[in-house]
Design a protein around this ligand. Structure first.
Ligand code: NAD
Length: 558
């Protein structure tokens, strides 16, 4: 629609590119700086979730094509590694400028393929752009350390060197931000990269890659391969790939973590994982002396019911003294924004004290939200990603009703005029939810807010801490004492105080804790640089040896 025709224009950016004028729906791979059509006979449709139109098709990349992408990355590595860090940073400086210039086109693509509103899609791009901006000054984070005269006439210093070929596997819910958590950091550190976008929304990755090359990223530094399980397995197994970053669901995360770490790779997984199994794998990883960074959203119960796909539950604790209007606005935004498809969505509210007045206000505010295609200017929330996702959300809401929760607002039967085929779910509120309910134990990943009640802050903290997940939690209060107690006693890794979605900016890192995080190297920030580099230490001696120093076979001491 409009100036951005969906079918054959949405990959085009305002640059010369080898595939800008293509009319085919088929998305090429990016190998060694060229956009190459796959020879695969199998393709997967990329579907606009608001209309069901086929936007494009991704190939199930063949093994031969995958290998040539890895070869291109391997070949590009020595010269990119030896390119001065200042030059690598300057590529990022240009890249961030180009992302800004193309923000609207990128956001439009995200909305077309993922469904979120245009404004929210701009946020998706912007939060990734901030990582690129941070990469422009990455040299200081890659610096080593120096110890002078550590022994007589001997100095020791450390260097942080890139690893080689790294890979990233992305989820559907942030098609611009999450690729940008990965390849700009890896590439600025001097690595080359294989990116596997989500098969549901690959367009933003393609546009970003084109812009990165226009910014000066040499051929082969960034490669893109499309596909699903097979290409992911090929990434895990490939001996030339040194590190794998993954963001996504528990099943995929578990599988990728075990498979890649068994091959001796560094693995950085931001997903929903089983703590116990993660610990086992971490031990295996330690045997290989590799660094493991898992951000895991978790569930111990899953061990008892391995079929269930459970996930993050980020809680918002509301104190009776909180400002009612700003708190309700925050809850509505964080619960229903992006149709609840954020790993940091505030999907559960715990009201301390009488919840009735809050629930009424919440209902009043939620009812005003406009559900529409993300491209429509009045849309507050768009569709969920697929028909299957909608079915799952509806099933979990029904399970809450069946187990005694009160359905304050039901968005399951919504029909959006003009977009009757869209996977829409309207804002839905379930009250009187208890920890044993399936709707509480599972990550719903839809616009559904669960309401619980506690008699005191201690009780609310206990509810949050009893939950096995630990991605994020927020408190809404005007009391510094309550806020400080919450900050100290809550076990989640990302705490908001009157801030509903406390995702840190790139000079920090995306942190989770408890079962939401295992290991020590998070995405982006200082930890991201550590993940994509390895330490080398140099011990040097420069002294006049002409007088001779004699032999000693004993262990050197100072
Ligand atoms: P997903 O796990 O289904 O897919 C993620 C990637 O893994 C895709 O590229 C997909 O092709 C691949 N994949 C999926 N199943 C696989 C398998 N069995 N074997 C090999 N590869 C496989 O996740 P999604 O549905 O795209 O994304 C939503 C999930 O991601 C949610 O659970 C959300 O909480 C999570 N997420 C977590 C964070 C975080 O930082 N913790 C951020 C964003 C999303």
């Amino acid at each position: 629609p409009g100036i951005f025709a969906v079918a054959n224009h949405h990959f085009s950016v305002a640059t010369e590119s080898s595939w800008k004028h293509r009319t085919s729906l088929r998305v090429p791979n990016l190998i060694g700086g060229s956009f190459v059509d796959s020879q695969s006979s199998e393709f997967v449709d990329v579907i606009n979730p608001a209309t069901q139109e086929v936007v494009s098709q991704i190939p199930l990349t063949t093994d031969k094509e995958f290998k040539s992408a890895v070869s291109a990355a391997k070949e590009a590595f020595p010269s990119w590694k030896n390119t001065p860090i200042t030059t690598r940073q300057r590529v990022m400086l240009k890249f961030q400028e180009l992302i800004r210039k193309n923000m609207d086109k990128l956001a439009f693509n995200v909305t077309t393929e993922q469904g979120k509103t245009l404004k929210d899609a701009q946020g998706d791009v912007f939060r990734g752009l901030e990582v690129v901006e941070h990469a422009c000054g990455m040299a200081t984070l890659q610096m080593g350390e120096y110890g002078s005269n550590v022994s007589n006439g001997i100095d020791t210093y450390s260097l942080r060197e890139p690893l080689g070929v790294c890979a990233g596997i992305c989820p559907f819910n942030f098609p611009a931000m999450i690729p940008l958590w990965m390849f700009p950091v890896a590439a600025t550190c001097g690595n080359t990269f294989i990116l596997k976008p989500s098969e549901k929304d690959p367009g933003a990755s393609m546009m970003l890659a084109e812009l990165a090359m226009e910014a000066g990223l040499p051929d082969g530094v960034l490669n893109i391969v499309h596909g699903t399980h097979d290409v992911v397995n090929a990434i895990c197994d490939d001996d030339d790939i040194r590190a794998v970053s993954f963001v996504g669901s528990n099943q995929a995360g578990m599988h990728i973590y075990s498979r890649a770490s068994a091959k001796g790779k560094r693995v950085q997984v931001s997903a929903i994982l089983l703590t116990l199994l993660s610990t086992v794998f971490a031990n295996v990883a330690n045997m290989f002396n590799i660094i493991v960074s898992i951000e895991a959203k978790y569930i111990a119960d899953q061990l008892k019911c391995p079929q269930s796909n459970m996930g993050a539950k980020n809680h918002g604790v509301v104190m009776p003294d909180a400002n009612i209007d700003s708190t309700v606005n925050a809850l509505v935004g964080a619960g229903f924004g992006a149709a609840g498809q954020r790993c940091m969505a505030l999907s559960t509210v715990v009201f301390v004290g009488d919840s009735k007045p809050w629930e009424e206000k919440l209902l009043e505010r939620a009812k005003t939200l406009k559900v529409n295609a993300g491209t429509e200017p009045d849309a507050d929330l768009g569709p969920v990603i697929s028909k299957q996702a909608k079915e799952r959300v509806c099933r979990l809401v029904q399970s809450g009703v069946d187990s005694g929760a009160k359905l304050l607002l039901d968005g399951r039967d919504i029909v959006v005029p003009g977009y009757e085929k869209g996977n829409f779910v309207g804002p839905t509120i379930l009250c009187g939810v208890t920890p044993d309910m399936e709707c509480y134990k599972e990550e719903i990943f839809g616009p559904v807010l669960l309401c619980m009640q506690a008699n005191s802050l201690d009780e609310a903290i206990n509810i949050v801490n009893q939950n096995m997940y630990g991605n994020g939690a927020a408190i809404f209060t005007t009391s510094g004492v309550a806020a400080r107690k919450f900050q100290t006693e809550i076990e989640s890794g990302q705490i908001g105080i009157n801030v509903p979605i406390p995702v840190p900016l790139p000079f920090f890192s995306f942190t989770g804790s408890k079962a939401s995080f295992v290991g020590d190297l998070n995405f982006y920030g200082k930890a991201g640089v550590q993940f994509y580099t390895q330490i080398k230490t140099v011990t040097q001696q420069w002294k006049d040896l002409s007088s001779g120093s004699g032999n000693s076979l004993a262990m050197p001491t100072s």
